[in-house]
Ligand binder design. Structure first.
Ligand code: NAP
Length: 278
């Protein structure tokens, strides 16, 4: 399943949405807040700037020094919450040690939380209500849906219960009426579970964790893992050997990760809808 092609398709849809709002005089704007100089976060912040430009969305980066206090960061977020020209706010993680992540997220307006990180949006997901939800797990679902894979009644086995990908995915899969099994480091007989999957999703961060003997013939395999190896970036699944067995499979790179930035842009449009604008 080609994440890049889907990303291009969704990007056009988002561009169309941004264009329609522009006709009504609304300049769609995403704001990112970066504290310190974590190299990964700096790269992501730049990637989002480029992605915004690609869909005609305004982008503003607030870069605070690594020595910034929690009160300074919360003060900035409160200002952005009430700034009507700002529709989405992203806080880049990790934050420096002196700043408590949860106090910062509690200060963020759930209606502008386009990364779906606040307790309110997590609660809405838990309750099966509409809200703003994180992009990477959404990407796993979106890829399958756009390839016409119906999750209702399927046995979905998820490997990984991390805060950013695995946990939200459990609820998204349930929301699609899949029967969900969740595996993690304490799971006994991982292969025994994965072999029963109609849909196998990995969000672990271990290269080569899922081998060909762990996959049921014809299963759909979605790999959200990103691992830096000597051979380059790869996922959690041994792609070359699993591909001939799987019915459908996402590559890494070019799969789940290709959609995430575009889905954040899509979340900005959703945020505008939830804010009752436009
Ligand atoms: P995380 O919080 O570290 O969670 C990893 C999960 O994998 C944990 O639940 C852990 O189990 C489980 N796990 C680790 N080793 C295992 C093993 N040998 N067998 C079974 N389960 C195992 O990571 P995360 O933040 O959720 O991210 C997961 C992966 O997604 C990473 O590779 C990350 O780079 C990638 N990611 C991709 C994107 C994207 O855009 N595509 C975005 C974010 C993250 P325990 O709970 O028992 O420790």
């Amino acid at each position: 399943m080609d994440g890049k092609a889907l990303a291009a398709q969704i990007k056009e849809e988002v561009k169309g949405g941004v264009g329609k709002l522009a006709e009504k005089g609304i300049v769609v704007k995403l704001t990112a807040v970066l504290v310190g100089d974590d190299p990964g976060s700096v790269v992501y912040a730049r990637a989002k700037e480029k992605a915004c430009a690609g869909v005609g969305m305004a982008y503003e980066l607030h870069h605070l020094p690594g020595s910034a206090t929690e009160a300074e960061l919360i003060g900035l977020i409160q200002k952005l919450n009430t700034d009507e020209s700002v529709h989405g706010i992203l806080v880049e993680f990790p934050l420096p040690k002196q700043i408590n992540k949860w106090r910062v997220l509690d200060a963020l307006s759930p209606l502008k939380d386009v990364d779906g990180m606040t307790a309110i949006n997590r609660g809405r997901l838990l309750a099966g209500e509409d809200g703003l939800f994180p992009a990477t797990p959404q990407s796993c679902i979106e890829i399958m849906e756009r390839y016409g894979i119906h999750l209702a009644g399927k046995h979905a086995v998820l490997v990984g219960r991390g805060e950013t990908v695995g946990r939200p995915l459990i609820l998204m899969l349930l929301g699609k009426n899949a029967t969900v099994t969740v595996c993690h480091t304490k799971t006994q007989d991982l292969a025994g579970h994965t072999r029963t999957a109609d849909v196998l999703i990995t969000a672990v961060g271990r290269a080569g964790l899922v081998t060909a003997d762990m996959v049921k013939p014809g299963a759909v395999v979605v790999d959200a893992g990103i691992n830096q190896t000597e051979k380059g970036i790869c996922g959690d699944v041994d792609f070359e050997n699993v591909k001939p067995i799987a019915g459908r499979i996402t590559p890494v790179p070019g799969g789940v990760g290709s959609l995430t930035t575009t889905l954040i842009m899509k979340n900005v449009l959703k945020a505008i809808e939830l804010q009752g604008i436009g």
